[in-house]
Ligand binder design. Structure first.
Ligand SMILES: Cc1cc2nc3c(=O)[nH]c(=O)nc-3n(C[C@H](O)[C@H](O)[C@H](O)COP(=O)(O)OP(=O)(O)OC[C@H]3O[C@@H](n4cnc5c(N)ncnc54)[C@H](O)[C@@H]3O)c2cc1C
Length: 492
């Protein structure tokens, strides 16, 4: 009889784990507390407008292709490289369109921001090289088991430590290389891709920018939700069973080994349990009687967000698929989020408009705006008042940058804040990526992909190793599969 694997949560990390374990020969069941599968990668329709509710920036699409390649029947999934990575609107009114790929980035940084072409070239090469060096050691693998240390890529990765910028902040690392504060602000933004602060996170994290700056962002046909939909289809083709509206209330264990889960009062036996839910929540709620790894769980959390989903009954040509309207004082914005638990009155605003690529995502006369502002985690702030005030500040900023009052054009509206994000996905205090990476030791304080004290218990998703974002959640599932193989030594 096949061994049974239970996956708790159907986010991208859960779906990737389900596909891999089913492909490896397990009988896999995915339990999802929500009515909709896909975790944060799901969509919502308001009137004539469709919105992707979570992620919008898509990189490394080949990782999704690789998973779909494991399906037992072809699953259609297509995407294209966006011609522009992002449109940047600086507080002094300058606007730049960052074209895709190394040549596009070079052109923007040298022509629009007057940077030295040699400095630009050397920066782009450096982050690319650092990414290639670190990827096999810290992204495709981990150093949590002794066997991982026999990785041939470890030696070159260690020899290059002086070049990673480990001992200075991302901000300092960029400032050493570029003279225009706008270039530095643009590069600092990549710290937010895992919910961190560029004035604290080490320069090493500049590798996050490599994918977008040297390659570009992709757009999946049908929007971001097509990523989760295609993965669900692939999983089903491999026999994975999905149970929606089925919250796991406890992970059962006996003599140091998981024995199953409890769902709606019913015990479900399992040989393997993979938690895709937030690791903090798992230890606090699902694992009574197990000593939590306190040092890991007490690290500073990554940021949260307030997202306005606006159906806009007008088209704005000045905006592209991805847009950033920068705060004037970026450092003050991060200090406010991480040190004062508040949002600056002039925050950076990100706008994603999928209808620029998929016109059916909006009314024929309009656009679907996903308007996101980074926010502190929930510590009991008065969120309804904060949201009301922020909405006004965002509208003022838009009027300044677009020369028009957007408020009268808002036809549909929905809002998420840290409390709703926390409640929807069981994420700790609404933090999006678990622990922040605001220290050089952060990577070592991220929970590994297997439990310390319980055999048969594994983790995948953005709150555990290797970290935040869709590509990393998929890589984490690959590490889980390798660990399961090693632990079961072919007895699957
Ligand atoms: C506003 C926002 C913007 C983002 N932007 C980007 C972006 O542009 N690019 C990017 O790559 N990433 C982005 N992210 C992060 C992105 O959402 C994740 O990288 C990705 O979705 C992977 O998530 P995950 O695998 O950790 O699972 P999640 O999506 O967090 O899913 C976990 C699942 O577990 C379920 N669950 C929790 N508890 C239980 C329980 N007890 N029983 C059963 N099920 C349970 C939850 O309901 C949820 O469905 C963004 C996130 C947010 C919120």
């Amino acid at each position: 009889m096949k061994k049974h694997a239970v996956v708790i949560g159907s986010g991208i990390g859960g779906l990737a784990s389900a596909i891999r374990l089913a492909h490896a020969g397990f009988d896999v069941s995915v339990y999802e507390k929500n009515a909709v599968l896909g975790g944060k990668v799901h969509s919502k329709t308001l009137g004539a407008y469709r919105f992707d509710m979570g992620p919008s920036v898509f990189t490394e699409p080949h990782l999704v292709d690789e998973l779909l390649g494991l399906a037992s029947k072809p699953v259609s999934f297509s995407y294209s490289l966006l011609p522009e990575s992002c449109r940047y609107f600086f507080s002094d009114g300058q606007q730049i369109v960052l074209k895709s790929g190394t040549s596009g980035t070079k052109a923007s940084l040298t022509n629009d921001l007057n940077e030295d072409p040699i400095a630009v070239e050397s920066y782009l090469e450096r982050i690319s090289k650092n990414y290639r060096l670190l990827r096999p050691v810290f992204i495709e693998s981990s150093l949590h088991r002794w066997s991982d240390w026999f990785n041939r890529a470890l030696v070159p990765a260690i020899l290059n430590i002086p070049f990673y910028g480990l001992f200075q902040s991302m901000d300092r690392w960029a400032k050493k290389r570029f003279k225009n504060p706008k270039t530095v602000q643009m590069l600092n933004r990549f710290a937010t891709y895992n919910g961190s602060d560029p004035y604290q996170t080490p320069g090493l994290l500049s590798i996050i920018g490599h994918l977008e700056l040297n390659i570009g962002a992709f757009f999946p046909e049908g929007g971001m939700v097509s990523i989760s939909q295609s993965l669900i289809e692939a999983a089903k083709s491999l026999g994975v069973s999905f149970y929606e509206e089925s919250p796991v209330s406890e992970i059962k264990h006996e003599r140091g080994r998981v024995s199953g889960v409890c769902v709606k009062g019913k015990a479900i036996p399992a040989d393997v349990v993979v938690c895709n839910a937030d690791v903090h929540y798992v230890y606090e709620t699902l694992l009574p009687g197990i000593k939590p790894p306190s040092r890991i769980l007490q690290q500073e959390m990554s940021s949260s967000a307030i997202v306005f989903y606006w159906g806009i009954k007008k088209k704005f040509d000045a905006l592209g698929v991805h847009n950033i309207l920068f705060a004037e004082d970026y450092e003050a914005e991060f200090n406010a989020i991480f040190k004062e638990d508040r949002i600056l009155s002039d925050p950076t605003v990100y706008i994603h408009i999928s209808s620029k690529m998929e016109p059916t995502d909006a009314a024929s006369y309009g656009e679907n705006w996903f308007v996101m502002v980074n926010a502190p985690i929930d510590r009991g702030q008065d969120w309804p008042s904060i949201v009301t005030e922020l909405r006004q500040q965002v509208l003022i900023k838009l009027q300044k940058q677009l020369g028009e009052d957007v408020a009268p054009w808002i036809e549909e509206e929905f809002v998420n804040d840290p409390t709703t994000l926390a409640a929807q996905y069981n994420g700790k205090a609404g933090s999006i990526y678990g622990n922040s990476s605001n220290s050089k030791m952060a990577a070592f304080y991220r929970h590994p992909n297997a439990a310390f004290r319980l055999k048969g218990l594994y983790f995948s998703g953005v709150t555990v190793h290797p970290g935040g974002g869709i590509p990393l959640a998929i890589q984490g599932a690959k590490i889980v599969e390798r660990m399961v193989h090693a632990d079961f030594k072919g007895a699957i």
